[in-house]
Design a protein around this ligand. Structure first.
Ligand SMILES: [Zn+2]
Length: 237
């Protein structure tokens, strides 16, 4: 009886649909989100900066990521981090390597207006589930950058020039694994990895909640040159 009373008192609105739920999100939303889980991750785990995405940046998952960022639901970040951790374990990734997780940072202006960095929350969920160390301030975003979705590859690179600087708390003996919410063309991840590698750190790859598929990029206003480059950088950079 006590257990049912406690679970009743703990019920909160599901951030995705508003119905009360004893868990972070309701069972229906969880089922809908899990329909977008990536099945064949091997095709992304290759090249100079391999990618481990949890799901496709489509429909329910796309809306849930927007809810997390723009409707102030950082708890979704922790939940996505746990889902990533489960998939990481199931895929038996990097089992014998010492890892440290480094979230892609936000510029302080954006951090102030949003109140949290979604990449930090995702990394937190991931690290707690796998008992891994993470470096929330391993990288610092020095420059505010504009939204990248509609920029060409060259514009993206110019936009990110000198955007990242080395922060603190990084461990040289560990392999660094970057963490972000969405992977679009990989320019942000590549730029962040380059800063770490230039400073002599080993970077294994990047984990993200969602990946934008080449088809989605082709359908957006991103210019043709950047689409070719992004496909290239996803598969064989
Ligand atoms: Zn729901």
């Amino acid at each position: 009886m006590w257990r049912s009373l406690i679970s009743f008192l703990w019920q909160q609105p599901c951030p995705c649909c508003g119905r009360v739920s004893p868990k972070t999100i309701c069972r229906d939303c969880e089922r809908r989100l899990k329909a977008w889980e990536v099945q064949q991750r091997q095709r992304y785990w290759q090249g100079s900066l391999p990618l481990f995405p949890w799901g496709y940046y489509q429909q329910d998952l796309k809306r849930a990521i927007a809810t997390m960022k723009y409707n102030n639901h950082p708890e979704l970040g922790n939940l996505f981090g746990q889902w990533l951790a489960r998939s990481w374990l199931e895929a038996k990734m990097a089992q014998h390597l010492p890892l440290q997780i480094v979230p892609i940072p936000l510029h302080r202006d954006k951090l102030q207006s949003r109140g949290f960095n979604q990449a930090v929350r995702i990394a937190q969920g991931f690290c707690r589930a796998l008992e891994l160390p993470f470096a929330p301030q391993g990288l610092i975003r020095q420059r505010a950058t504009q939204s990248m979705f509609q920029l060409s590859l060259r514009e993206r690179q110019a936009n990110l020039e000198n955007a990242f600087h080395l922060g603190k708390g990084l461990q040289r003996e560990r392999w660094l694994l970057l963490c972000d919410d969405i992977y679009t063309t990989g320019t942000t991840a590549q730029t962040a990895a380059a800063v770490l590698r230039e400073a002599g750190y080993k970077v294994l790859g990047i984990i993200t909640v969602a990946v934008v598929t080449p088809n989605q990029l082709a359908g957006s206003t991103v210019k043709a040159t950047s689409i070719k480059a992004s496909v290239h950088s996803t598969t064989a950079p």
